[in-house]
Write a protein that binds this ligand. Sequence first.
Ligand code: GDP
Ligand code: ZN
Length: 322
Amino acid sequence: MLRGRENEAVLSADASTAELRGDVREGQVVAVRGPLAVVAPQNEDRLVECVLRKSTRVPHPQSTALVVGDFVSYLSGAAEPYTLTEVKPRRSRLARTREEEEQVTAANVDLGVIIASAVEPHFKPRLVDRYLIAAREGGLDPVLVVNKADLLGENEAAELLEPYGRLSIEAVATSATSGMGLERLTEILRGKTSVFAGQSGVGKSSLVNALIPDLDAKTGEIQGHTGKGRHTTTASTLYRFPFGGSVIDTPGVRSFAMGQPAEESLHEFFPEIMAAAQNCKFSNCSHQGDAGCALPAAIRSGAVHPDRLESYLTLVHRAGVR
Ligand code: GDP
Ligand code: ZN
């Protein structure tokens, strides 16, 4: 993936005149390796390799230049890699922010599927909340998948999902090993473009493999083209579902820094906290031991889970609210 300011350094030299011949074609990026993109041409059942040039028109200077899911135009010249002429504006994106520059992991997707695991690694509500908010703010519908549910008792899985059941999002417990929850997940994903995001080790690849039985053949196709050998989990890749739709599998990240959540995101993703806060004595209550704060009572009554409050406070006080 290329970040805005770093684009210059990794761009190939300008194309020779010979490379600039050919018809303009359209396609979608299915994998990115440095300045090279594997592109699925529109209405053609093959993959071509394209390269980002200095001359390529990129409409988002403050953001990653080229990511999986981007729609592009390229010149189909004599030999690959073909020259990219244009990266199209994105209708949605999953991004994390690094200073003023946006680091995009996937573009033009419908669903931001946040994969967490029940255990091994432990469920991390703060990471989950940040992903859910980043998905919504990037124009995606967030979905929460809690995988490895086979390692939990039935009640434990239900308890874990309970706070998310109150939100206007789909939340499902799955097991890539036992197949639990996969039918429901299939129905959620059918016909949509999704991005799978989450910490590494939660089972993202295992879920992709469970949903796409002949996946190995398909990754082989992409590898053959880039000549980079085995699929590495360090880059995002787009796969088509046999039941319709597609998924962009992204590399796992340990942390997910994000900018300031919008006030409306806090209302959407922390409704139980916002409801309890109505009873705080002061409207500017910080819910951190302030006099007359209603949150301690809400936690004692079970209306607010302490992990959720901690997640909320981290988001609000680390980033500030806009
Ligand atoms: P990724 O890094 O998110 O892509 O995670 P992987 O798919 O590589 O899985 C990490 C480990 O968890 C592997 O050892 C998998 O076999 C295991 N795993 C994945 N899904 C499940 C599951 O549903 N249940 C259990 N018990 N193990 C799982
Ligand atoms: Zn309060």
